[in-house]
Design a protein around this ligand. Structure first.
Ligand SMILES: Cc1cc2nc3c(=O)[nH]c(=O)nc-3n(C[C@H](O)[C@H](O)[C@H](O)COP(=O)(O)OP(=O)(O)OC[C@H]3O[C@@H](n4cnc5c(N)ncnc54)[C@H](O)[C@@H]3O)c2cc1C
Length: 375
C-alpha cells in the first residue's frame, strides 16, 4: 500500500488512538496513526493518574462499559509484556475511600451496600481496620470503604506498549504535524491533509482527545468536546506510604511502583490553559497531608497539567452523524485510561465486523443543535 494510504487512519495517538490501533493491528487492518506531537501519548494519556475504578452499583451502559474494560486488564498486561517486553505496572490491590466526616459516610456506605446486594464487591471498614490496612492514614479517619477489584496502571507505559505492539504488527505512525483538513469527494471523506500531504483512507477514526471537537468541526459536525484541566502533584515518600490508591477529602493519592506518589487532581474548565497554579497545588498538598500526615515530610518532585476530553454525554463512540466512514472515539473525561482497552476492542469490532460485543448505541455521537434547530 502507498505511503500516503491506509485502510484506516486514526487521528490522535493518545491512549485511545493507540488502543484502537493495537486492536486493529491484531485484526490485520492496515492502519496509520497521525499525531500532532512528535511522540505518541504526550497529552492527557501521559498526565493521567492511572487509577482503574468502577464503583457504580448498577447495570447501566456506562458502568457496564467500565467493568468490561477493567476485566480486560489482567490478560492485556500479560499479553503486552510478552509482545513488547513493557511492564505496564498493572496492580490490582483495590482502592480505599477514606471517610473523615460523618456526612460522607452515608453516601459511601450506602454505595458499598448496594454494590454487595447486586453482586459487586465492596467492604466497609472501621477506622481500626482501615489503619491496619494502611497505617499511614491519619488517625482522624472515621471509617472507610475498600473496593477490592479496583486497580492501577502506569499509563505512559501502557500507551507506549499499545503503540509498540501495533507497530510490530505493521501499524504506521505519522508524527509531528496535525491533521489540518479533510478532503471530500462526492460527499465522502477520502483524505486528511498533514503538513500539506494528502493521506488517503477508507475509514477515519477521530481520537484526538480534547481537540476532537475541533477536528470534527472541520467536517461541520457540532459536537462539543472540551478540555477539563487537571492539575496533579508528584512527591517522593520513602519508604512508600500506601499499598493502594486512596481517596478522601476531595483528592486521591496514588502510590507508584517507583516509590513516588501522585496527589490529584483538579477539574477545571479553563480552555486549553496548561499552567499550574499555586492555589491548586496548595489545596492538593493540604488535602493530601490531611489524609496522610507523613506526606508533609515527603520530597516535592513536580507538578503538571493534563487536559481531559469532556463531552456532556461522553464517551462518544461510533460513526459521526452523516458520515458513513468517520468514527469518533473521544470524550472519556476522567476514565480514559480505564476505558482504553474496551474502546480499542469495540471500535476495532465496529470497523471489521459492524457487530460489537457491547452495544454502542448509548454512546452514539449526536450533533448538538442550537435553540433554533440549526446545527
Ligand atoms: C490529571 C489527570 C488525571 C487523570 N487520571 C485518570 C485516572 O486515574 N484514570 C483514568 O482512567 N483516566 C484518568 N484521566 C483521564 C485520561 O487521562 C483521559 O481520559 C485519556 O488520557 C484521554 O485519552 P485520549 O487519547 O482521548 O486523549 P489524549 O491523551 O489527549 O490524546 C489525544 C491526542 O490527539 C492528538 N491530536 C489532537 N489534535 C490532533 C490533530 N488535529 N491531528 C493529529 N493529532 C491530534 C494530541 O496530540 C494527543 O496526542 C486523567 C486525566 C488527567 C488530566
Amino acid at each position: 500500500m502507498a505511503r500516503n494510504q491506509a485502510d484506516v487512519v486514526i487521528i490522535g495517538g493518545g491512549i485511545i488512538g493507540c488502543a484502537i490501533a493495537y486492536n486493529l493491528a491484531k485484526r490485520d487492518v492496515n492502519t496509520l496513526v497521525i499525531d500532532k506531537a512528535p511522540r505518541v501519548g504526550t497529552e492527557a494519556s501521559w498526565a493521567g493518574a492511572g487509577i482503574l475504578t468502577s464503583h457504580a452499583s448498577t447495570h447501566e451502559p456506562y458502568p457496564t462499559l467500565c467493568r468490561a474494560s477493567l476485566a480486560l486488564y489482567p490478560a492485556l498486561a500479560a499479553e503486552l509484556k510478552a509482545e513488547t517486553q513493557i511492564d505496564i505496572e498493572f496492580i490490582q490491590a483495590g482502592t480505599l475511600s477514606a471517610i473523615f466526616h460523618p456526612d460522607e459516610a452515608a453516601g459511601l456506605i450506602g454505595l458499598a451496600e448496594r454494590r454487595v446486594n447486586r453482586g459487586f464487591s465492596a467492604q466497609v471498614l472501621t477506622a481500626e481496620e482501615a489503619l491496619r490496612l494502611e497505617p499511614a492514614l491519619s488517625t482522624s479517619i472515621q471509617s472507610a470503604v475498600l473496593f477490592p477489584e479496583d486497580a492501577q496502571v502506569r499509563n505512559p507505559k501502557l500507551v507506549t506498549a499499545f503503540a509498540k505492539g501495533a507497530a510490530q504488527l505493521g501499524t504506521r505512525f505519522k508524527l509531528g504535524n496535525p491533521a489540518a483538513e479533510f478532503i471530500r469527494e462526492h460527499g465522502r471523506v477520502v483524505a486528511t491533509v498533514v503538513n500539506g500531504e494528502r493521506i488517503y483512507a477508507d475509514t477515519f477514526v477521530i481520537a484526538a482527545g480534547c481537540w476532537a471537537g475541533a477536528v470534527i468541526g472541520m467536517l461541520g459536525c457540532p459536537i462539543p468536546i472540551v478540555p477539563a484541566k487537571g492539575q496533579i502533584v508528584l512527591v517522593e515518600a520513602m519508604p512508600p506510604l500506601f499499598h493502594r490508591p486512596i481517596d478522601g477529602l476531595g483528592v486521591y493519592l496514588v502510590p507508584r511502583a517507583d516509590g513516588k506518589l501522585l496527589i490529584g487532581a483538579t477539574v477545571e474548565f479553563a480552555g486549553y490553559d496548561k499552567s499550574t497554579t499555586v492555589d491548586a497545588v496548595k489545596q492538593l498538598i493540604d488535602a493530601g497531608i490531611g489524609i496522610a500526615p507523613a506526606l508533609a515530610q515527603s520530597t516535592f518532585v513536580q507538578t503538571w497539567v493534563g487536559l481531559r476530553p469532556y463531552a456532556k454525554k461522553g464517551p462518544l463512540l461510533g460513526y459521526l452523524p452523516g458520515h458513513e466512514n468517520v468514527v469518533l472515539a473521544s470524550g472519556h473525561f476522567k476514565n480514559g485510561i480505564l476505558l482504553a482497552p474496551i474502546t480499542g476492542q469495540l471500535i476495532a469490532e465496529l470497523l471489521t465486523t459492524e457487530e460489537t460485543s457491547l452495544p454502542l448505541t448509548p454512546f452514539q455521537p449526536q450533533m448538538q443543535h442550537d435553540a433554533n434547530g440549526a446545527a
